[in-house]
Ligand binder design. Structure first.
Ligand SMILES: Nc1ncnc2c1ncn2[C@@H]1O[C@H](COP(=O)(O)OP(=O)(O)O)[C@@H](O)[C@H]1O
Ligand SMILES: [Mg+2]
Length: 226
């Protein structure tokens, strides 16, 4: 069964007096447990699509369902709730809170979901061990390398056990050695934990490491291949 299903998604931005059609009749389905890369050039609409898939934004038209629930026409508050329950995000710029330690950053989604502090600490430590950062839990983002910060961000994305992990150019700011570490982590999460991962990239080498590639060109899905 499809975990994510987008049908005929169009997104039009109003830019001053003219309209910009950024996504054009996009159809895609992603099954539970898949590791999918969405690849396309800069400006092809990848981040716009990710925002819709992650319930950060809604499409101008079309239908989008998560776990069979139609989320196309929800209010901002309803979208926020679905997002908290279903999605963990990883961004190119990590987006960690600078005044919080690694542990506190990873605890945030749990506290938002009204988990107890005791449970949140325990779970956050477990997630930081999973990304091999058990010895960095008290570090601030400024005291960690880019790769370490991205691993904290991945631990945070996973902490509340989301149905889906959405990563937008997760290795875009990293050197090739660190990129390999992050990609290995995603592949392991997919294989060993059964995580559903949708990763956005402009890099063929990164995309090839996913189990399926969806190509976006000028706002349209052009080809889906193994
Ligand atoms: N909020 C917005 N308002 C107007 N235009 C936007 C907005 N966000 C993105 N765009 C435009 O939409 C196109 C696709 O952007 P984006 O989805 O960020 O592409 P990608 O992530 O593939 O680089 C770009 O031309 C961009 O300038
Ligand atoms: Mg982008």
């Amino acid at each position: 069964m499809a975990l994510l299903s987008a049908k005929n998604i169009t997104k039009i931005y109003q830019a001053g007096s003219h309209q910009l059609t950024v996504l054009k009749n996009v159809d895609l389905t992603i099954k539970k447990g898949e590791f999918v890369a969405i690849i396309g050039k800069s400006g092809s609409g990848k981040s716009t699509l990710m925002n819709i898939l992650g319930c950060l934004d809604t499409a101008t038209s079309g239908t989008y369902k998560i776990a069979n629930k139609n989320v196309s026409h929800l209010t901002v508050d309803q979208l926020a709730q679905i997002r908290n329950e279903q999605v963990g995000f990883v961004f190119q710029q990590y987006h960690l809170l600078p005044d919080m330690t690694a542990l506190e950053n990873v605890m945030l989604p749990l506290l938002y979901a009204h988990k107890t502090e005791e449970f949140s600490i325990k779970q956050a430590k477990k997630m930081l061990s999973l990304v091999d950062l058990a010895d960095r839990i008290d570090h601030l983002p400024s005291e960690m390398s880019g790769g370490e910060q991205q691993r904290v961000a991945i631990a945070r994305a996973l902490s509340n056990n989301p149905n889906i992990v959405l990563a937008d150019e997760p290795t875009g700011n990293l050197d090739s050695v660190t990129e390999t570490i992050i990609m290995k982590l995603f592949k392991n999460l997919h294989k060993k934990q059964g995580a559903t991962i949708v990763m956005i990239t402009h890099d063929e080498h990164v995309a090839k490491q996913a189990s399926r590639i969806i190509r976006l060109h000028d706002g349209k899905v052009v080809k889906t291949k193994k």
